[in-house]
Structures are given as structure tokens and as C-alpha cells.
Design a protein around this ligand. Sequence first.
Ligand code: SAM
Length: 280
Amino acid sequence: MGTDQALLYIVATPIGNLADMVPRAIEVLQCADLVAAEDTRHSQRLFAHFAIDTPLVAYHDHSDDKRTGQLLQKLEEGQTIALISDAGTPLISDPGYRLVREARNRGVRVVPIPGACAFVAALSAAGLPSDRFSFEGFLPAKAGAREKALRELAGDPRTLVFYEAPHRVADTLEAMAVAFGGDREAVIARELTKAFETMYLAPLDELTAWVRADSNQQRGEIVLLVRGAERRRDSALDGEAERVMKLLLAELPPRRAAALASEITGANKKALYNWSLEQK
Ligand code: SAM
């Protein structure tokens, strides 16, 4: 498949169910000159299933500069290389960033072959708002660092998405209940696309108890999703409008205070009135 133009394909592979492999991914892996894989032994199973016999080399983000340099040199010679990870989309909590960045720096064309990605699959079916979300990857393993990371996310209004290891999931849910409040909704998405696929939505307190009570829920591969923080309903008022409203409300009924404050500050009269009702 050697061409004059250097070409690096970033190829997504299934996250469990091999039937999720997209035809274009099979074709690219079959036709590439070389496939760089996170774990070559792991990828051999995929290769055997799809009758791919392209040479495999190991690549991970700890690969030394020499290995990265060798791959870049082959690309510059016109070879086509495909990067895969053990499962899902490379670079999503997986190796590849250094190679992609260096390749781009050298004018190599980098082409994505989209496919499975655990957090996208989880988000698409979780039933939590998906218009805005923050993918947080893995939380720190140590309890103190994890709690700090969660505290920093507590006010984020976006749906929060995490990858988590099965032996930590119960403790993490408990830490989330402390940081976000036990009534915040969350979803555990486990073993997606596989035989024991499970998705369960509940407030964090209930979800933690459910996971603790059933050791099966502490097995396999897991995505955790947490509803974002409720926006404070009075946040629509800026500081000046709030100050004026507080002064006027001390002397006037809400409707009159809102009308006057609207004239003084230019803020929306209805928003001012609604805000005054929330103060009671
Ligand atoms: N690159 C992958 C992707 O696109 O999703 C993620 C790689 S990361 C090293 C592995 C983590 O992804 C697992 O620990 C788990 O949190 C999540 N994961 C992978 N496969 C999954 C599945 N079938 N069901 C639920 N979570 C999965």
C-alpha cells in the first residue's frame, strides 16, 4: 500500500463485540504496510478473526523516541501505517497522542477510521443530557487525589463521564455521592456490547448500594456517567441587578421592585420578578 504521500490511519476497533468492526477498518488494516498496536498479542486475536496478516509492531505512549522515530521514518518513506489500541478508539484513554502529534508536525496526513468508543456508546444510551458533557477519563487511583478531582467537578453543569476499574467502582461511587450529593443521578454502563451488558440509572446513594450489594456489578469494563450540577436558578441576575433588587425589595412588593429595578438596570422585568420569588 506504499504511496508517495505519508499516511497514518487511526483505526477504531470493537470494545467487545467483534461484529462492531466497521468494514473500512478491516480494509485499512488489511492493506496497510504496518500496524502499530498497543499490545501485539492482544491484537493478534482481532487479526485472526478478520484474516488480517499485516505485520504488527508494538506502540504505546511510553515507547521510546527510537520507536516513534522508526515509525515516522517509515511514514516519510511513503509507507502506510495504521494505529490501533486494544479496544475502541486510539487516543481515547489510550496511546497514540505522541505519534499523531509528531506525524502532523512532519506533514504526514493523519486519517481517522471511526468506530466503537466506550464513552460515546454509554452516553448515547444512558438517558442523561448529552448536549454538553465532559469526558474525564480515569480518576486518580488514590482516594485523596480522587476526592479532590471530584470536588473540583461538583459545580460543573455538564454531564460528567468517567472510565473506572471494576475493583474501584464502589468506592468511586461513594466518593461521588459525597462530592456531588447522594441524590444526584448517575448511570453505570458495564460490559457494553458484550454478553453481560448492563446499564442502571439511579441517584448516587442508591446506585452505590446497588453496586455494593451485587459483586457482579464490580466486574468487567465500566463507564460511569453523572448528571451535571443543577444551574442555580438565580444565576441569571448579574451583581448590579441583584444589589438593586435587594434594596428595593426591602421597601416594595416584588412586582413593583422588579419594575423599578428593570428601569434602573435594564435587566429583564420577569427575570427580576422570578428571582424575587426564589428569595423567599
Ligand atoms: N479507547 C477506548 C475507547 O475508545 O473507549 C478506551 C480504552 S481505556 C484503556 C479502557 C476503559 O474503557 C475501560 O476500563 C472501561 O472503563 C472503558 N471500556 C472499554 N470497553 C468497555 C465496554 N465494553 N463497556 C464499558 N466500558 C468499557
